[in-house]
Write a protein that binds this ligand. Structure first.
Ligand SMILES: [Cu+2]
Length: 347
């Protein structure tokens, strides 16, 4: 289950902008537990006849994205993408066979609030003929980035401001990364002709990886040296299907200890061939480094750590408790890719 929760500022309430919320999902008719079991029960030696009874193994994506080579990596190592082929990809619970059509004003302003609520799917957002300004990520303002394509990994949210040019129907599409399938809604001025949009694009989209790495916070953390730095490695593999942090699954996790008032840095080193959208509860962090290169990045709560790369984030420990830090690919989380940030009074 998932639903949008939107917190509006006074300025949001007063703005002459139409708000359009789009919640993206990946959908399966299968029992999610069976789906996960199908992933974890296979290994490199699994014979073809070991499929679970009543289970369609053909939908499982053993290691897709073979055309998505790493490019810069010597030895042409290949990254893994898209653990599961879902039965449908949804925008506000609908496929492009019968999409939501939102009536908008000619030359009006729209604030798209896009939420990737999918279990295990990253999307490339495509505004088509429209041009948007990305103004916030995960609820935090960023210096506006103008464009018509934006990546959004699991758990992330994008706020995009669009000025509609004229009358017409404007599809807002979300295409599965490394694939051609897509979901979407249609923005349409009154009386305009809405044409059917295929749920399959003419070409595959790219892997997300460092999409939006250029983002910069409008309200960055105050400049301050870290009091504590936790380095964690993201570990695991598709075969066997098992994901972990520092080689430890959730059952055996080592908490990241912090004290109230500390500036905390978490350096996440991805030692796997898959990207992981890492999400921290209870805080917003700032992205402060990629592969050791310092940056004054976005403040957010979910960041994609690409294969064999390192991403550092910083946050101020000002919300005492025990807070999950996990991969927002929920199948990865379910097999163990989760730890927690624990304040010392809760340890
Ligand atoms: Cu993951």
């Amino acid at each position: 289950m998932a639903a949008p929760l939107i917190v509006r500022t006074k300025e949001d309430m007063a703005a002459d902008v139409q708000e359009v919320t789009v919640l993206l999902h990946d959908f399966t008719f299968r029992n999610p537990a069976d789906l996960l079991a199908g992933l974890t029960k296979r290994d490199g030696s699994m014979p073809h006849d070991m499929g679970m009874p009543g289970m369609d193994m053909s939908g499982m994506n053993m290691s897709s994205g073979h055309d998505m080579s790493m490019g810069s990596t010597p030895g042409s190592m290949q990254m893994d993408l898209n653990d599961v082929d879902y039965d449908a990809y949804l925008a506000n619970d609908r496929t492009l066979e019968d999409p939501e059509v939102v009536t908008v004003e000619r030359k009006g302003k729209v604030r798209l609030r896009l939420i990737n609520g999918a279990t295990s799917t990253g999307f490339n957002l495509d505004l088509g003929r429209l041009v948007g300004q990305l103004i916030a990520v995960d609820g935090n303002p960023v210096k506006a980035v103008t464009g018509n394509q934006f990546g959004v990994t699991m758990g992330q949210r994008l706020d995009i401001l669009i000025e509609l040019p004229e009358s017409g129907a404007f599809p807002v599409l979300a295409q599965r990364e490394g694939d051609a399938v897509r979901a979407g809604i249609i923005l349409a001025t009154l009386g305009s002709k809405v044409q059917k949009v295929s749920s399959t694009a003419s070409a595959k989209s790219a892997a997300l990886n460092l999409a939006l790495r250029m983002l910069q916070a409008i309200e960055p953390l105050a400049s301050r040296a870290p009091d504590i730095t936790h380095k964690i490695t993201l570990t695991g593999s598709m075969r066997p299907y098992m994901w972990s942090i520092n080689g430890l699954t959730w059952e055996n996790h080592l908490p990241l200890k912090v004290s109230e008032g500390q500036r905390v840095v978490v350096e996440m080193v991805n030692q796997t061939m898959m990207a992981h959208p890492m999400h921290l509860h209870g805080h917003h962090f700032q992205v402060i480094g990629i592969d050791g290169r310092p940056m004054n990045g976005a403040v957010r709560d979910t960041v994609l750590v690409p294969p064999m790369m390192a991403v550092s984030v910083a946050f101020d420990a000002k919300n005492p408790g025990r807070w999950p830090l996990h991969c927002h690919n929920l199948l990865h989380m379910a097999t163990g890719m989760m730890t927690e940030v624990v304040y010392d009074q809760y340890a």
